[in-house]
Design a protein around this ligand. Structure first.
Ligand SMILES: [Mn+2]
Length: 310
């Protein structure tokens, strides 16, 4: 583990009496789990907390927060003390940036901020160090929030980030009262009705190319109507996790001539290179781009580019 400046956290919290806590747009379980956990930590130190988010909190994560989260509006007063959690950079908090008029503490596991542990599995994993340092007791509600972030950011302890250290932290959190079964059900297994509708539409379009080494699904605007970004979460895994498939692709139609493409590689294939051909980018095994063309043509062009490297 890399040690960041825990002294920054001290200095910030010593001078603040009233803190705004915020996370990134399209929040995931780690974002909301970290906001909620940070809320518990700050309150344990006798300070006031306000949760703010650009778009509000997706319903399935809202049970983690023990106080309402205010959806940002431009009339809101600037604030002297803002804590961002799970944000690789400040612009990830969207319009809430306009509220930051003073000290900003950024606690994350992605990049270089006030306090970052880049090798940590989740921001809530990093927050374990923060609460130990501040000698905040690990209560049951706090343990649940921390566990929620660890669980979701490791894909249910399935990703490479699920190290022995992660299981040691998970053990500590379950001992402190985090309900592993209930949290796994609510955060990983339970689906929204919208998700199931989108999934059903996606499966109807499941297609293969290149000797079944490429699989793709496509969601047109009608299939996406009423679905939030969170409802589409995980759909790209459907083509990608089929045995024998090397590259899985999800096409999402945004407009008549605008299609968002997500590429995932199972084998040792660099899908970032393919996304770059269309002006996008990403990682070797997970990349994306936007193709300004009709759905039909976008599918043709991207699948041809994928098949060309197989
Ligand atoms: Mn995270």
């Amino acid at each position: 583990m890399v040690r960041g400046a825990l002294g920054d956290v001290d200095a910030f919290l010593q001078s603040a009496s009233d803190v705004v806590i915020v996370s990134h747009i399209n929040p995931d379980g780690d974002a909301i789990g970290s906001m909620a956990a940070m809320g518990h930590i700050v309150r344990a130190l006798g300070k006031r907390v306000t949760f703010v988010h650009e778009t509000g909190v997706p319903q399935r994560f809202s049970f983690l927060l023990d106080a309402p989260c205010v959806a940002y509006d431009a009339q809101m007063n600037p604030h002297a003390y803002v804590i961002c959690v799970d944000c690789a950079s400040l612009d990830r908090i969207g319009a809430v940036q306009r509220m930051c008029h003073g000290a900003v503490l950024n606690i994350d596991h992605h990049a270089t901020h006030n306090y970052v542990v880049p090798l940590a599995a989740s921001t809530t994993h990093v927050l374990m160090d923060v609460l130990r340092h501040l000698r905040v007791p690990l209560t049951q509600p706090l343990a649940s929030c921390l566990y929620a972030g660890l669980l979701t950011d490791t894909g249910g302890f399935r990703f490479r980030s699920a190290t022995a250290d992660v299981f040691a932290v998970a053990h500590e959190l379950v001992c402190a009262g985090a309900d592993a079964h209930a949290l796994a059900f609510r955060l990983l297994e339970q689906k929204t009705m919208q998700h199931v509708h989108v999934l059903s539409r996606a499966l109807q379009t499941l297609s293969f190319a290149c000797g079944d080494k490429v699989a793709w699904v496509a969601l047109d605007r009608e299939a996406l109507a009423g679905a939030a970004e969170d409802d589409i979460e995980g759909i790209v895994h459907i083509p990608t996790t089929i045995a024998g498939v090397h590259v899985g692709v999800l096409f999402k139609q945004k407009d008549d001539h605008e299609v968002k493409v997500s590429l995932r590689a199972q084998a040792n294939i660099n899908v970032a290179h393919i996304a770059q051909q269309f002006g996008g980018g990403g990682h070797i095994a997970a990349a994306g781009c936007t193709v300004y063309d009709t759905m039909e043509r976008a599918i043709q062009r991207v699948i041809a580019a994928v098949c060309a490297v197989l």
